[in-house]
Design a protein around this ligand. Structure first.
Ligand code: PLP
Length: 359
């Protein structure tokens, strides 16, 4: 593979002089700190937040490094994975000139982030059984294609994409390949963290928003070569991960027993939910899932979605999305929530409008 990161980078980013924060210029812990215009007295809250946090999240990364078995030079932390995605556009994609490839049906933020950054999006749909078609993807690549976004396990279909197909794209594409593993903690299949050393063009994105149960803290992780991580660090807002998030997550990482326990419980609930959904006669398909949700095909999904909302059960209507006609995406809830969902869905699907086709 012939991969040249510097050639991929936008020229003005290569020559950019980054902001140097007070904490960049002196990072010692002891001293009289009169360099950042902070409040020396404390905070208006009971707990003190008056000092700026570590811009490079060193302590947190050391812990993550052990858990993920990836060296800390290969870890970038963002305010949610969405920040890492946005920074990739800003670092590598020239507005009005470059393009990226996405594989519908897929996570919506890639296209939104491309739009915000005025970057063209080429769409290469997955096959109807939601698999990556490596030849079709590679055919779409042109001289201005900078990033290919692959989501596995895929949102909204829930399946993993075949490993060999992903690797083929990573091998034959000279730009960046992003594998979004937001749901990897629920999957029985291995992710791609162990491929980073072999593929300097690979980024693996993970998040604490799903299995870890920390969506409100906003912590996304991008794992990549030290050179890519250095570029993202260069252009990120200096204090993108709050002190509260760094501290809370650093402590939470001690608690991996609870993580395992919650994942086991969700996977148990998931299997029960699958069986219950499959028992409803009007349910057409419950697609195979390696995530914490199911894509479910039902008659007249849009109407079913609205009727469920009237019953205060909120699922995601994906019926307008490629290959997802009449599909709802349903998150695995707790035991009670799943019982309520199944009951409501059963009731709605038994209503006359489903079989009679009246609005
Ligand atoms: C939920 C989700 C994310 C999470 O994004 P955060 O900004 O980290 O909360 C990322 N990618 C996919 C595919 C998701 O479904």
């Amino acid at each position: 593979m012939d991969f040249d990161l510097q050639k991929l980078l936008r020229p003005h980013i290569a020559s950019l002089k980054p902001y140097s924060s007070a904490r960049d210029e002196y990072s010692g812990k002891e001293g009289v700190f009169l360099d950042a215009n902070e409040n020396p007295l404390g905070s208006i809250t009971e707990q003190d937040f008056n000092r700026y946090p570590d811009p490079y999240q060193t302590v947190l990364k050391e812990k993550l490094s052990k858990i993920k078995k990836v060296s800390k030079e290969r870890i970038f932390l963002g305010n949610g994975s969405d920040e890492a995605i946005d920074l990739l556009f800003r670092a590598f994609c020239q507005p009005g000139l470059d393009n990226v490839i996405i594989l519908p049906p897929t996570y919506g933020m890639y296209e939104v982030s491309a739009g915000i950054n005025d970057i063209a999006v080429k769409k290469v749909p997955l096959s109807p059984d939601f698999q990556l078609l490596p030849h079709k993807v590679l055919e779409e690549v042109d001289a201005h294609t900078k990033i290919i976004f692959i989501c596995s396990p895929n949102n909204p279909s829930g399946n993993t994409l075949k490993r060999e197909s992903i690797l083929q794209v990573a091998r034959d594409f000279q730009g960046l390949v992003v594998i979004d593993e937001a749901y990897i903690d629920f999957s029985v299949e291995p992710g791609f963290l162990n491929m980073l050393e072999q593929f300097p063009n690979l980024l693996v994105i993970q998040t604490l928003s799903k299995a870890w149960g920390l969506a409100a803290l906003r912590l996304g992780m991008a794992f990549a070569s030290p050179d890519i991580v250095a570029i993202l660090n260069k252009i990120k807002p200096p204090y993108n991960i709050s002190g509260l998030t760094q501290k809370t997550v650093t402590e939470a990482l001690e608690n991996s027993d609870k993580l395992e326990q919650m994942i086991r419980e969700i996977l148990t609930q998931k299997e029960t939910l699958r069986k219950q959904l499959e028992k409803i006669p009007q349910v057409d398909t419950v697609y195979p899932s390696q995530a914490n949700f199911f894509l479910v095909k039902v008659p007249r999904a849009k109407k079913v979605y609205q009727r469920l909302i009237e019953k205060k059960i909120i699922v995601r209507d994906r019926s307008a999305v490629q290959h997802c006609d009449d599909c709802l995406r349903i998150t695995v809830g707790n035991q009670l929530e799943n019982i309520q969902l199944v009951q409501a869905l059963q009731d709605v699907l038994a209503e006359p409008f489903i079989s009679e086709g009246v609005n």
